[in-house]
Design a protein. Structure first.
Length: 295
């Protein structure tokens, strides 16, 4: 287990199939009416890479929960695998419902990459009430050839839970070399994805595409325009779909030219944190506007 982070509580909860899910909660003083936010990480990584983001929201007055998805970080399960295509949605519902017991209102989700994909489907399906979404480089589309998709589909039948390399070595996560080196040397990072998890992602991509216009909660979409890990065109298509619907006012989009995949870890990440804070302030989501921010 990683070292305990200041002002936090670390524990495990059991998923419905008994898999242990690692949780880290960040508490605040006078927390009775504090809003809450759940952070969802991307493929192959873990919640420990989001400490600076959790600290940012915590300083703003938010209770924060981040967790390791099954098959990732300190949670149980085969690395980069799921037992079925709906497992992540069930886990997310369990984690959020447990968190919501300690809140006066529905939490937000901040989710990155694969996490952003599943968070969006989760919100569109209305699996549990949410106050809003912040999506960082959501994996609405990936750079995958038809042959690769076919091979994964065949593997889904023959060897559904065998993990194979997902091809992300960290080089194009950020222009910050320290971020890349830390990722490449992180013992909790892995480079595996099973056919079952990939099929789960494809199903979520299709669901988001089919139901994009049904978005009904405030959403901030952060797009890295230089992204080569996921295809940013998927997020741009989402914007286009929603822009023609009566729900277009729920979405605000920020596009960062030249940014690589992890916008919160880029050299100019302060721009991103500022955009998030402005969006929260515009919607009166910040409980204490006088808070001093230190990211």
């Amino acid at each position: 287990m990683t070292a305990h982070v200041e002002h936090t509580e670390e524990f495990f909860i059991k998923a419905l199939d008994g898999t242990s899910l690692f949780i880290r909660d960040w508490h605040v003083n006078n927390s009775e009416n504090a809003p809450g936010i759940v952070i969802m990480h991307g493929l192959g990584e873990h919640s420990g890479r989001y400490v600076h983001i959790a600290r940012f929201f915590n300083t703003l007055g938010f209770k924060v929960r981040h967790f390791d998805q099954r098959g990732h970080g300190q949670s149980g399960g085969n690395r980069g695998d799921v037992p079925d295509i709906d497992a992540i949605l069930r886990d997310t519902r369990l984690v959020i419902n447990d968190f919501s017991k300690h809140l006066k209102r529905s939490p937000f989700i901040l989710a990155h990459s694969m996490g952003g994909l599943f968070a969006t489907r989760f919100a569109l399906e209305g699996l549990t009430p949410l106050s809003g979404l912040i999506l960082s480089s959501p994996a609405f589309s990936v750079h995958t050839s038809r042959l690769e998709k076919l091979l994964f589909k065949i593997s889904r039948v023959l060897i559904p839970h065998l993990g194979v390399g997902h091809g992300t070595n960290g080089r194009y996560l950020s222009h910050d070399s320290e971020v890349v080196t830390a990722y490449q040397n992180d013992p909790l990072v892995h480079a595996r994805i099973s056919a079952c998890l990939f099929q789960s992602m494809l199903a979520a991509m299709q669901y988001v595409k089919d139901h994009a216009t049904e978005l009904k909660i405030p959403t901030l979409l952060l797009i890295a325009d230089g992204d080569v890990v996921v295809n940013p065109q998927g997020a741009k298509n989402f914007v286009t779909q929603l822009s023609t619907s009566s729900n277009a006012h729920y979405l605000k989009t920020q596009i960062y030219p030249g940014f690589y995949h992890e916008v919160f870890n880029e050299l100019e990440a302060l721009r991103v944190f500022d955009d998030v804070r402005v969006w929260l302030d515009e919607h009166n989501f910040i409980p204490d506007r006088q808070s001093k921010i230190d990211v």
